[in-house]
Design a protein around this ligand. Structure first.
Ligand code: ACO
Length: 347
């Protein structure tokens, strides 16, 4: 990071300049969708032994959205995608690739991305799912950027979507208060302009896979009456260790992304962290030396929506006028895997 560079140098993506000969990857439209049903802390008090006071002080969450029984991840993703496409002025036929980041696909296969591709009429697009838990949207942005910069594709639809309510153990107060459902989407395109995705970086540590997982339903532990009896098809988490790893990894990822763009935190208009928990968000902001007003927060309204989290927050920040054309945005994420990542965008 440096303050000493001339302004015009500091705002250029070094990779676009040197490796990709001026091609830029712009986010030309964003959209999000959350289900209508609100589950408040008061509702949860009726379901498990908890309290609004405990949830609010430990997490900052007041309510979260829950999809209806006949609403699946592909439906949430499709709604968000349609909004992003409309804002970008893009039709289904314009899209070359659909990536859906999710840990709650409609089913193990076919991919949720294929279902969305059909729903939006993206008949010319390839489609696949990406699984990097709560880091999925940043992983997907980085992949989309690579396809665009390498001239493979011109228009990529990236979606983070989750129906986490389908894998929550509603009898486990340690986890059921934390999560919600929703989706966010972005259209990325090559555009002859300077602004766009300046950098995205990703990281992982499979040595800590056990901190946050859903043990059942895969090849290691296929569905059986035993796996059901042992509640293995629900999300499990070691909250304290997850918390520590999240703060460290998000701080490092944010610094790495800023350094790649030769920016410092004072130049960032808006930091959009993964909305897992207000205490994690505050700790990361403090370590980065950010001012409170730089950090975008909506965890109070939606809880942790995993891969959808930063995508929903980005859309809302744009809608609410928090982000304006030309602003620099830092997105930073962390999730199961462990995985983490960060991205810098010039809006
Ligand atoms: N209501 C009331 N009491 C509760 C609840 C609840 N919902 N949940 C746990 N408790 C109790 C525990 O049982 C424990 O009681 P005990 O001392 O009698 O055993 C007590 O509260 C303290 O539990 P801790 O786990 O020590 O509480 P902590 O202060 O660590 O907060 C929390 C728990 C909020 C989960 C915290 O560890 C945390 O934020 N972890 C990170 C979780 C997270 O954000 N994960 C997602 C990030 S990655 C991703 O998004 C995929």
């Amino acid at each position: 990071m440096t303050d000493s560079l001339p302004k015009d140098v500091a705002f250029v993506n070094p990779r676009a300049e040197h490796d990709f000969k001026g091609r830029t990857c712009s986010i030309v439209g964003v959209g999000s969708y959350v289900p209508e049903r609100r589950l408040t802390n008061a509702d949860l008090e009726e379901m498990v032994e908890t309290s609004d006071e405990w949830i609010t002080t430990r997490t900052g969450i007041k309510e979260r959205r829950i999809a209806s029984d006949d609403q699946f991840t592909s439906d949430l993703a499709t709604e968000a995608a349609r909004k992003a496409m409309s804002k970008a002025g893009v039709t289904g036929g314009d899209i070359d690739l659909v990536i859906v980041a999710t840990i709650t696909p409609d089913m193990p296969f076919p991919s949720t991305a294929c279902l969305v591709q059909h729903n939006i009429g993206a008949v010319n697009a390839a489609a696949f799912d990406l699984e990097a838990a709560c880091s999925g949207f940043i992983y997907a942005l980085e992949i989309a950027q690579q396809f665009i910069m390498s001239r493979t594709y011109n228009t990529v639809l990236v979606i983070g979507a989750e129906k986490l309510s389908s894998i929550i153990d509603w009898k486990d107060r340690n986890t059921c208060v934390l999560f919600g459902d929703g989706a966010g989407a972005a259209i990325l395109q090559n555009r002859e302009q300077s602004h766009g995705l300046l950098t995205a970086c990703m990281g992982a540590d499979g040595g800590k896979a056990g901190l946050l997982s859903m043990p059942g339903g895969g090849s290691r532990c296929p569905a059986s009456s035993d796996s059901l009896d042992n509640r293995l098809h629900y999300l499990r988490m070691d909250g304290k260790e997850t918390y520590k790893s999240a703060v460290t990894a998000m701080h490092r990822a944010a610094l790495k992304a800023l350094e790649r763009c030769q920016l410092n935190i004072t130049q960032i208009k808006c930091i959009i962290p993964h909305q897992a928990n207000l205490r994690i968000i505050s700790a990361v902001g403090d370590r980065l030396g950010a001012k409170k007003e730089q950090v975008y927060i909506n965890v109070d309204k939606f809880g942790n929506t995993s891969a959808a989290s930063v995508a929903i927050a980005l859309d809302q920040a744009v809608e609410n006028g928090v982000i304006e054309r030309g602003d620099l945005i830092l997105m930073v994420v962390f999730g199961a895997g462990l995985t983490w990542g960060a991205a810098v965008i010039e809006w």
